[in-house]
Design a protein around this ligand. Structure first.
Ligand SMILES: *Cc1c(COP(=O)(O)O)cnc(C)c1O
Length: 376
């Protein structure tokens, strides 16, 4: 296998502007959380239409901070889909909560709103909507449920920065929205994340949480010429540095272009796989604008395709093995096989094909051609 022809499933785009921006911060007075973090938060808020953003050190930290913001504690339950990265459920457990898994729709792998209400108990505090692959969940249906039951709606939008639901941008669709800036995600800061909200009280809680639970930060103490600080909550060091933030700020300028490229790639895949009766792409709902963080197909015998594509230098992957069947969740929360049958079946059939903005038409053709050969 020639390494130069290796096609990863996802790849960041870092250009000379990004590099120059980071170098400039390295020559400045602030390295950790400073003016670039403020600017990055404002820029993501402006882009999404959310009132506030609070940057943290990862998407996982952002999920944890969101669970802290809503006051999640021991005994509280949070409803979520098992078709996600383990971090979504882990954030619930970090705060002492219990994840309650609800199955997905077969054609989108998004949480099925019609299955949620039967899982609501007096301990249910929130629903986490996971915008799987970059397609927003049915937020009107979810909002209807959270309104009627007095629950919080949190969006795990780690895949869906830039996507839209009924003309509204992700970032404004839930009470709290979480982004990740890991290198495979729509924009990157290396590692990083952000919590979006319109609620100023939650902004304060997340800012405190990312800084050990201390209620006045170092810069504010300088401004107020005081040494006083008070640790009012148990927090963490979840700060993002200015070095990371400036990379995100520079990356954000290219998001619109990159999403358009991703949509073109997905449309080309959709067209080519029509000729392969055994390969079924996931469905895109007509009222959504998909971000295509992932391009996922279902195959009757996924394992063969996975091995054969990998042998030929195609970095396909599986997103995800359903979280409720992970050993930890099975052991700790006695989650059972058969409890989310659609996600479980999909777990054996799904394959994420390479998708990233710099992919060329011939790369897409090569992937689909190998997929076709494999099916014969
Ligand atoms: C990437 C991701 C996370 C975690 O983000 P990190 O920045 O890697 O911590 C959480 N949820 C989903 C759905 C993700 O894809």
């Amino acid at each position: 296998m020639a390494t130069d022809s290796y096609l990863p499933y996802g790849r960041q785009e870092v250009d000379e502007d990004d590099i120059a921006a980071v170098v400039e911060v390295l020559r400045s007075d602030w390295l950790t959380t400073g003016p670039m973090v403020d600017r990055f938060e404002q820029a993501v808020a402006d882009y999404t239409g959310a009132r506030y953003g609070v940057a943290v050190s990862s998407g996982t930290a952002a999920l944890h901070a969101a669970m802290f913001a809503i006051g999640l504690g021991p005994g509280d339950e949070v409803i979520l889909s098992p078709m996600t990265f383990v971090a979504t459920a882990n954030a619930v457990v970090y705060q002492g909560g219990t994840p309650v898994f609800v199955d997905v729709e077969e054609d989108t792998l998004l949480i099925d709103p019609s299955l949620i209400e039967e899982k609501i108990t007096p301990r249910t505090k929130a629903i986490i909507a996971v915008d799987y692959a970059g397609q927003p969940c049915d937020y009107d249906a979810l909002r209807d449920i959270t309104d009627r039951h007095g629950l919080y709606l949190v969006a795990d939008a780690c895949h869906s920065l830039g996507a839209e639901y009924k003309g509204r941008k992700v970032g404004t669709l839930a009470d709290l929205t979480v982004f990740s800036f890991h290198p495979v995600k729509p924009i990157t800061t290396g590692e990083g994340g952000m919590v979006m909200t319109d609620n100023p009280a939650w902004v304060e809680r997340v800012r405190t949480f990312r800084n050990h639970g201390i209620d006045v930060d170092h810069r504010k103490r300088d401004e107020q010429a005081t040494w006083r600080y008070e640790m009012t909550e148990l927090g963490y060091n979840y700060r993002l540095s200015d070095i990371h933030a400036v990379l995100g700020l520079s990356q954000l300028k290219k998001l619109t272009t990159n999403i358009a490229l991703r949509r073109n790639i997905a449309a080309y895949y959709d067209r080519l796989v029509l000729d392969l009766p055994n390969v079924k792409p996931l469905h895109m709902r007509v009222d959504r604008a998909h971000g295509y963080h992932l391009y996922v197909v279902k195959l009757p015998v996924r394992e063969w395709a996975f091995v054969r594509l990998r042998e030929r230098g195609i970095g396909c992957n599986v997103h995800y093995a359903p979280v409720h069947l992970q050993a930890y969740y099975h052991r700790t929360f006695t989650t059972k096989k058969g409890s989310c049958p659609i996600a479980e079946e999909a777990g054996w059939q799904i394959l994420s094909l390479p998708i990233f903005p710099a992919m060329r038409g011939e790369d897409i053709e090569r992937v689909v051609c190998l997929l076709g050969n494999d099916m014969e």
